[in-house]
Structure formats: C-alpha cells, structure tokens
Ligand binder design. Structure first.
Ligand code: NAP
Length: 248
C-alpha cells in the first residue's frame, strides 16, 4: 500500500473532496485525522469512514482553519493521538460568488480567511512536527480558477492563486527539511460546492471540458494519493491540474 504507516491530516473532510481523500488514504493504509467546522459533520464523516474501513484509525474533530487557536489545538490533538504527521492536505474551502460591484468586504475576507489564511495557519502548526521528523508532504487544494481567473469569483480565484504562491514559497523554504509542498488544481468536481450552480452554467462548463465530463471526487483523491506518496518523492513546488483539459 502506498501510504502504509503514514499519518495524514485532511482539513474540510466532512464531505466532498476532503472526505474522498480521507477514504483514499485509508485504502492505502494511512491513519487519518479530519476536521470541519461542525461537530456533527465530522462525526458523520467518521462513521461513514469507519463503516468502510472498520480497522482504520480515524480521528475526527471540529476545527475552523481560519482560527489559529483551532489549528494549533487540532494539530496538538493529532500529535497526542498518533504521535506524528506525515501528510497535510489543506483542503477546506468555501465560495461567496458574486460580481465585484456586489462583493462585500466580508465576502472577500471570509473566502480569503478560510481558503488561504487557513492553509497558512495549518501549515505553520503542522510543519513544526514535520521538521522534527525531517520529512513530510503538504498538499494545497487550489483550483483551475486560481490559474485562469473567473468572473464573479474574484475572492475565490485570488485565494486559489494565492495558494499557488504559498505552495511554491513553502516548497523552496522546506525542501532542505525533506518536506515537499505541492498543489492540486481541480477543474469542476461533482460535490455540494458545485451542486448550487445553475443548470445552464453547468452545461456551458461541460461543453468547454475536452474530456467531456465533470471530475468525480475519486479523480482528485487519486492525485492526492500520488502526491502524498513516495512515488512523488522528487516532486515539489508543482501544481497538478486535474481538470479534464479545461485549462491547459
Ligand atoms: P464542499 O463539498 O463544500 O466541502 C467543503 C469542506 O470544507 C466541508 O467539509 C466543510 O465542512 C469544510 N470547511 C468549510 N469551511 C471550513 C473551515 N473554516 N474550517 C474547516 N473546514 C471547513 O467542497 P468541495 O467541493 O469538496 O471542495 C473541497 C476543496 O476543493 C475546496 O478547497 C474547494 O475550493 C476545492 N475545489 C473544489 C472544486 C469543485 O468543483 N468542487 C473545484 C476546484 C477546487 P463544514 O461545512 O462542516 O465546516
């Protein structure tokens, strides 16, 4: 198994891509610690994962990645429980889509706080342990719109482009400690985040995807397994686009 004996932290894993990554990591022999903002959400996710992997080791806690205290406490609990952190997936993300003229300061702040600052805070908390271990792999969940830009997503696109800058900077800073840092830039993935989009918009996006299908959560989870594993041992500072050719 590709992640045997590894301990992975996955943020925003109560549903969607994060939950899919937790599932894929368990399938590859990893122990997983997951978080989301609601106690109920993470408990339900843990139940789902434990049902699929009865022998899997799973820690599920409520933590808001935009709050430094929550990040520090969550990471401290993971270390107390599992004794190490090999993989961190900064996956938690939100949208507050609207045109610039209608975008409030709080729409901007909320998205940047969770999507970008959250990855900074969690990385800062987890890297201390990875430095002690002299190894680690960090994966930041960016987006195709962080590469291409998108109307009505100035806040979200800026946060996802910011994650690419964070990824490249941390890759350079942490390489000497044997910590790899990469990003995944998914295209359109079938989750609750995209369910809210209007039918016409979904159809238009589908037409522009060369592979003519939306991504399944598994498409993204498989990329995360690869980047987290030793198969990607010489890869750092990269953005792996998993977008069906939507942006090339
Ligand atoms: P989703 O279904 O809406 O799930 C988002 C997850 O993040 C939930 O588990 C949510 O849990 C958690 N979360 C939200 N705010 C949080 C916070 N402050 N602290 C901790 N957890 C938080 O979204 P998704 O589609 O799986 O997206 C996952 C990631 O992939 C995001 O970063 C998203 O931007 C990115 N992405 C998605 C797509 C797509 O097409 N779906 C495309 C490109 C990139 P609670 O609500 O319980 O807190």
């Amino acid at each position: 198994m590709l992640l045997d004996g590894k301990t992975a932290v996955i943020t925003g894993a109560s549903r969607g891509i994060g939950l899919g990554i937790a599932e894929a990591f368990l399938a590859q022999g990893a122990k997983v610690a997951i978080c989301g903002t609601s106690e109920g959400g993470v408990s339900k996710a843990k139940e789902h994962l434990q049902g699929k992997y009865p022998n899997g080791e799973i820690l599920a806690l409520a933590a808001d990645v935009s709050k430094s205290g929550d990040c520090d406490n969550f990471i401290a609990e993971v270390i107390k429980h599992f004794g190490r952190i090999d993989i961190l997936v900064n996956n938690a993300g939100i949208t507050r889509d609207t045109l610039l003229m209608r975008m409030s300061e709080s729409d901007w702040d909320a998205v940047l706080s969770v999507n970008l600052k959250g990855a900074f805070l969690m990385s800062k908390a987890a890297v201390k342990q990875m430095i002690k271990q002299r190894s680690g792999s960090i994966i930041n969940m960016s987006s195709v719109v962080g590469q291409s830009g998108n109307a009505a997503q100035a806040n979200y696109s800026a946060s996802k482009a910011g994650l690419i800058g964070l990824t490249k900077s941390l890759a350079k800073e942490l390489a000497s400690r044997n910590i790899r840092v990469n990003a995944i830039a998914p295209g359109f993935v079938k989750t609750e985040m995209t369910e809210v989009l209007k039918e016409e918009l979904r159809d238009a996006i589908l037409q522009s995807i060369p592979l003519k299908r939306f991504a399944e959560v598994k498409d993204i989870a498989d990329a995360a397994v690869f980047l987290a594993s030793e198969n990607a041992g010489y890869i750092t500072g990269q953005v792996l686009a998993v977008n069906g050719g939507l942006y090339i």
